[in-house]
Ligand binder design. Structure first.
Ligand SMILES: [Zn+2]
Length: 328
């Protein structure tokens, strides 16, 4: 049993792509025993945090479990989906979430990002405690110790470089695989659902219900025109918060990947990627934003490097996103 491991070293540093595919195949294979959905949740959280690593490829647990909590809150509370294969028992994380919901009398239709910030903080700490106990060691064991190494006395895990690069490169297909297998599991243990319906729920559990917070930040830093066509934006109704690299690829909201766009640019761009010249403008925009000493900017830019945005641009193209969009 590996779920109660307290420390785990990376077993094999140097793996080639084929070996990593094999590991993920075994991991997703129906033969691999799952009593809960934890490992899918953790892989989703890792994917969300691929661009939140520091130069040593360390991911901090708070950040990781913030994604994890959001995903589980939306699955368990918002969608009322059971996460374990036992009809009589709930997983530790489910118990934490349900008790928290009860204690604070939060209605079922609340998505995670609608909770007040202090409650989010408190809940993430509680989930993190259970996650340290039941999740980190389990995924480590399931992946035969190749994805990351950890020591529960520290506040972060460190990713294996070969696996990290692999995950960047194959991010889209790994996201699909994880969502698909998570949906299959949930379908099996939750009545009256079908895979297509379930998959749609799962695909959206990471999504925020509103990007208004980011809109306010960008406006307060003087963004008054459409990032793409330069048209003046007056008011929230005409300004859209646009994921420069589409959300369907990044699966998360980094301020450094968000711009304000007019309605027509946002709607015409859709799931596509703008031409290289806009990447350069965004790098300049980010450089200016990052100069601010405001707390929110410091937090949002903590792990930002222009090279990360360039990588993300590159990897989205490798993953099949069309990248020649420009405004009419
Ligand atoms: Zn525009």
């Amino acid at each position: 049993m590996s779920w109660n491991l307290k420390i785990g070293e990376i077993k094999e540093q140097y793996l080639n792509e084929q070996q990593i595919w094999q590991m993920f195949n075994t991991f997703f294979s129906p033969k691999s025993k799952n009593t809960m959905t934890y490992k899918f949740g953790l892989i989703k959280s890792l994917i969300e945090n691929l661009y939140n690593v520091n130069e040593n490829l360390e991911v901090n647990y708070y950040q990781l479990f913030e994604s994890f909590t959001k995903i589980y809150w939306n699955l368990v509370v918002h969608h009322q989906l059971k996460q374990s294969n036992s009809s009589s028992m709930n997983s530790a994380v489910e118990k934490v979430l349900m008790n928290f919901q009860k204690e604070h009398r939060i209605p079922n239709d609340f998505k995670f990002d609608k909770l007040p910030h202090d409650l989010q903080l408190k809940l993430v700490q509680q989930v993190k405690k259970e996650g340290n106990k039941y999740v980190i060691g389990a995924l480590y064991g399931d992946s035969k110790g190749v994805i990351y190494e950890f020591d529960l006395k520290k506040e972060y895990m460190r990713m294996n470089e070969a696996v990290y690069k692999f995950m960047l490169k194959h991010q889209k297909v790994l996201t699909y695989l994880t969502n698909y297998h998570l949906a299959l599991f949930l379908e099996k243990y939750n009545k009256a659902e079908n895979t297509v319906h379930m998959l749609m729920k799962v695909e959206n559990v990471s999504k925020r219900s509103s990007l208004d917070g980011f809109y306010n930040i960008l406006i307060s830093f003087g963004e008054k025109t459409c990032f793409y066509c330069g048209k003046t934006l007056d008011g929230r109704t005409v300004a859209h918060v646009d994921h420069f690299i589409p959300w369907s690829f990044v699966q998360t909201d980094h301020l450094w990947n968000l711009v304000l766009a007019c309605r027509s640019c946002n709607l015409s761009k859709r799931d596509r990627i703008a031409k290289q010249v806009f990447l350069n403008s965004l790098i300049d925009r980010n450089e200016q934003l990052a100069e601010s000493n405001e707390e929110v900017i410091i937090k949002e830019f903590k792990f930002y490097r222009p090279e990360k945005l360039q990588d993300l641009y590159h990897y989205s193209i490798v993953n099949g996103f069309e990248h020649q969009w420009s405004p009419n």
